[in-house]
Design a protein around this ligand. Structure first.
Ligand code: PMP
Length: 327
C-alpha cells in the first residue's frame, strides 16, 4: 500500500515475494525512516488459523509512526492487509507444534532526494510472511545474557519506544560483543547511569522473586526508552490470573545480582512474539557472572509459557478476546 501526502493511502496490492526496485536516493536508505512490527499466525488443532492481538500491533505501528514523523495507517487496514495475505494462501501457516507463520509489517520513506530538512512525503507499507520455527533451538533452553555497560540502545527523548530500524542498527555491535563473551543476547541498561535494567535485543524481561503461590513478578517500567512489548502486556494480565502478583518497577544491576545470590530472585525470563517466553539461566557482566536458581527453567516461567502458548494455539480459553480467528 502506498502513501503520498495530500492523497493518503492508495494502491493496495497482493504480490508474490520478490525484490523491490528503489532509487539510490530513497530517503529510508539514508535517514532510516523505517518502522516495523512482528506478529504470528498460528494453526490451531482444528486446522483453523488465528492471529494474536493484531490490533495491538496496529496501534504500536502508529505510535512508532508518530515518533518517526510518518503517516499513520488505519488500524483496520493493517489487520485487513494481514487477513488478505492469509486468505490468499493459508497453506503457509505450518501445523507443526510450536511453529507458526511470522508476519513482518513494515513502512518506510520512499521519497527520492538528499534533503534532510523535512520528513518524506511518500511511503510504502508492506507485509512479509515467512514460516518460522521456535526462536531459539530447543524451545525452552535457558539463555545466558550479557550486560552491556559500554553501549546503550536508547536515550531519554530518543526513539527507544518506537519499533524503528535505527534502534536495531545501534544494537549489532553490542550483540556481537555478547556472542564474543559466550552469551546469547544483550541486556540493555539505561543511558544515564548504565545501571537500570531496560530490555533485551528483541524481548522484554521479567524477574520472579520468591516461589510457589508467593512468587512476585517485576518487569522494568515503560520509561520511553524500552519497547512496550505485546507479550509483556499480555503477561501483566495473565500472571495475576494464575495467582501471582506482578508490578512494573525499576531493577538495578546490583539488585539483580544480590537477589540472585541470596536466592530471593528465583527466576528471570525474557518474552516477545518471536521467542514467546525464554528462561534466562545466567548473567555475565564485566564485574562477574551469576545464575538464577540452578540455571534450569523455573516453574513460574514454564507455567506462564504453557498458558500463553495454549491461548495462542487455541488449546486454552481466551477470556481476554486476544485471539482473532480467521473466517
Ligand atoms: N523489545 C524489543 C526491542 C523488541 O524488538 C521486541 C519484539 N517486538 C520486544 C521487546 C517484544 O515485543 P513483543 O512482545 O511485542 O514481540
Amino acid at each position: 500500500i502506498r502513501y503520498e501526502s495530500g492523497k493518503g493511502w492508495y494502491d493496495a496490492r497482493l504480490e508474490p515475494y520478490g525484490p523491490l526496485s528503489l532509487d539510490p536516493a530513497t530517503a529510508a536508505l539514508h535517514y532510516g525512516q523505517e518502522i516495523f512490527e512482528g506478529l504470528k499466525a498460528y494453526r490451531r488443532e482444528d486446522g483453523t488459523i488465528a492471529l494474536f492481538r493484531p490490533e495491538a500491533n496496529a496501534a504500536r505501528l502508529n505510535r512508532s509512526a508518530r515518533r518517526m514523523a510518518m503517516p499513520e495507517l488505519p488500524e483496520d487496514v493493517f489487520v485487513r492487509a494481514i487477513e488478505l495475505l492469509l486468505e490468499h494462501d493459508s497453506a503457509w501457516v505450518p501445523s507443526r507444534e510450536g511453529h507458526s507463520l511470522y508476519l513482518r509489517p513494515f513502512m518506510f520513506a520512499t521519497q527520492v532526494g538528499m534533503g534532510v530538512n523535512s520528513p518524506s512525503a511518500s511511503y510504502l507499507f508492506a507485509v512479509i510472511a515467512s514460516p518460522s520455527a521456535a526462536y531459539f533451538s530447543g524451545a525452552v533452553k535457558p539463555v545466558r545474557v550479557w550486560l552491556s555497560e559500554d553501549y546503550t540502545r536508547a536515550a531519554p527523548g530518543g526513539t527507544g519506544e518506537a519499533k524503528c530500524a535505527g534502534n536495531y542498527a545501534a544494537s549489532f555491535l553490542a550483540q556481537a560483543e555478547a556472542v564474543q563473551r559466550g552469551c546469547d543476547q544483550v541486556v540493555w541498561l539505561d543511558a544515564a547511569e548504565h545501571r537500570w535494567v531496560e530490555e533485551m535485543g528483541g524481548m522484554n524481561l521479567f524477574f520472579v522473586f520468591g516461589s510457589g503461590a508467593d512468587a512476585r513478578l517485576v518487569t522494568p517500567e515503560l520509561n520511553g526508552a524500552l519497547l512496550p512489548g505485546i507479550t509483556r502486556d499480555s503477561l501483566l494480565r495473565l500472571a495475576p490470573e494464575l495467582g501471582w502478583s506482578v508490578e512494573e518497577g525499576r531493577i538495578s544491576t546490583e539488585q539483580w545480582r544480590a537477589a540472585a545470590e541470596s536466592g530471593e530472585l528465583t527466576e528471570v525470563f525474557a518474552c516477545g512474539t518471536a521467542a514467546v517466553i525464554t528462561p534466562v539461566g545466567s548473567v555475565r557482566s564485566a564485574s562477574g557472572d551469576w545464575q538464577h536458581g540452578d540455571g534450569t527453567p523455573g516453574p513460574v516461567t514454564l507455567r506462564l509459557r504453557e498458558e500463553l502458548v495454549g491461548i495462542q494455539y487455541g488449546l486454552r480459553p481466551d477470556p481476554y478476546g486476544w485471539v482473532r480467528a480467521l473466517g
